[in-house]
Design a protein around this ligand. Sequence first.
Ligand code: ZN
Length: 109
Amino acid sequence: MWRCGGCGYLHEGSEPPERCPKCGAPREKFAAVPADEAQLIERSRLTNSLHMELHRLLRMVDELAGRGIEDHLDPPCVDIFTRAKEEAELLQRMIRAEIRSHVGKGKWG
Ligand SMILES: [Zn+2]
């Protein structure tokens, strides 16, 4: 795994690319990512994608619950929708914070 010194783009392969596809930096700007760091990035990809998928689903819960609250059939229904919306919002914030911390620790690729 190789990282562009210009923009942080990660390239997988035995050699760095001719030019960075993201920022156009030449091959010399690429440095090999240490094996332990590369392993952490690989390992974190699954978790990060699970977080992102869960975040997407929670956004749907948030939206559905909002529609239920607007519909306002009766108080017990509104209670459920309100709780679902609150929990979905909380979990989305937690996921965003977690992903942000992964990025900070280099657990992203
Ligand atoms: Zn680059």
